[in-house]
Design a protein around this ligand. Structure first.
Ligand code: HEC
Ligand SMILES: [Cu+2]
Length: 366
């Protein structure tokens, strides 16, 4: 219970973009994709038809209740009307036309969403309990969805465990991520800014935490972002990259200042000795940190719940090294690799290019 509360509080530290920023309407968030006007038209058409008939039916009902009420005790019906052909034709034909129009609007929008344009940029979306993982065309993986404005983007959705549903209200797109198959959906963002993606299929206790930031970049900025995100080592030392990764991936559960959280604090962790639930005492060294990240369920620290997800396949070997260097820094040690990243960039651009390639060897090593 305590850890759950701590986890919820930790979540509030993350500054998520709102689902419905102020420039939306009472019913709908702002329109930020080319599909949005079409979806909203269908919504408002159904909405106003419903409002019209609600008022009409309640009005007539009230009038009839008063007009045709029984006035004398024991009074029977005065005229017994069985049917009225013109009236029945009208109340059949008009609703029929209305629902056919609704079907057409929905079907057209559905067909449009199910058929991505051929020139779309592909992004793989992996749903798992309880986060989203995005893989970009150059092999870079990230927990945020970044896209250029005015560009067709095709999402290829898959799931590692149960059924999730990828939902971006501002783009009016939603599609299930199903284990064992690939689903597709596409969009073209029209407004640069930050939006929120949610999981829209109940998938377990932390379903409501399964959020992702969606960033739509101004023209030209996406390429810049991707280059920097793909190879953060280019402009940073190992410990700085470690700090970046820890802030993004681990900060919700591990503090860096000694304060309590879902998991043990990272302050002074490296080089210390920890007690496990099986009674063993273990020294926190490079290998231990690596094992904790790849296979967190193998050994559990005494006093904590086994809730840490594995980062196997999500963090590159180099990023794990960077985390280790950062943990050393947090324990007051000088990082042995503090300037290696920057030095290799200046000295050997060729080695750098090789490092930014999608990592075949890492995939093999799993
Ligand atoms: C969902 C919460 C959560 C996230 C996210 C998380 N951890 Fe953990 N972590 C825990 C918990 C809880 C423990 C203690 C139980 C255990 O040993 O599994 C733990 C234990 C650890 C340990 C062992 C600590 C010790 O005192 O022996 C290390 C190292 C660690 N995590 C590193 C990381 C790194 C690095 C990341 C980010 C890449 C991360 N964790 C992300 C919850 C989390
Ligand atoms: Cu989910």
């Amino acid at each position: 219970m305590n850890t759950l509360l701590a986890r919820l509080l930790a979540q509030t530290n993350i500054d998520w973009p709102p689902v419905a920023p102020e420039d939306g309407t009472f019913w709908l968030p702002p329109q930020a994709s080319t599909q949005a006007p079409q979806t909203d038209l269908a919504f408002y058409f159904i909405y106003w038809v419903s409002v019209f008939f609600f008022i009409l039916i309640v009005f007539l009902m009230t009038v009839f209740v008063f007009r045709y009420r029984r006035r004398v005790e024991g009074e029977g019906p005065r005229v017994n009307v069985t049917h009225n052909t013109p009236l029945e034709l009208v109340w059949t034909t008009i609703p029929l036309i209305l629902v056919v129009v609704m079907f057409y609007m929905g079907f057209r929008g559905f067909m449009d969403l199910m058929n991505p344009p051929a020139d779309a940029m592909d992004v793989y979306v992996l749903g798992q309990k309880w986060n989203w993982n995005f893989t970009y065309p150059n092999g870079h993986q990230d927990t945020e969805l970044h896209v250029p404005v005015d560009t067709n983007v095709r999402l290829i959705l898959e799931s590692q465990d149960v059924i999730h549903s990828f939902y971006v209200p501002a783009f009016r797109i939603k599609r299930d991520a199903v284990p064992g198959r690939y689903n597709k959906i596409w969009f073209k963002a029209t407004k640069p800014g930050e939006y929120l993606a949610l999981c829209a299929e109940y998938c377990g206790t932390q379903h409501s935490d399964m959020l992702a930031r969606v960033v739509v970049h101004e023209p030209g900025m996406f390429e810049k972002w991707l280059a920097d995100a793909s190879d953060p080592f280019k402009t940073r030392s190992y410990a700085e990259v470690g700090q970046l990764v820890v802030t993004k991936r681990c900060g919700g559960c591990h503090s860096i200042d000694g304060s309590a959280n879902v998991g043990p604090t990272f302050k002074d962790l490296f080089g210390s000795e920890v007690k496990h639930t099986d009674g063993a005492t273990v020294l926190v060294d490079e290998e231990y940190v690596r094992k904790s990240i790849i296979n967190p369920q193998a050994e559990i620290v005494a006093g904590y719940d086994p809730v840490m997800p594995t980062f196997k396949g999500q963090l590159k070997d180099r990023e794990i090294t960077a985390i280790i260097e950062y943990l050393k820094q947090l324990a007051g040690m000088t990082s042995t690799l503090s300037d290696v990243g920057r030095e290799t960039e200046e000295a050997a651009p060729a080695a750098d290019a090789a490092a930014s390639q999608p990592t075949e060897t890492e995939k093999d090593s799993e």
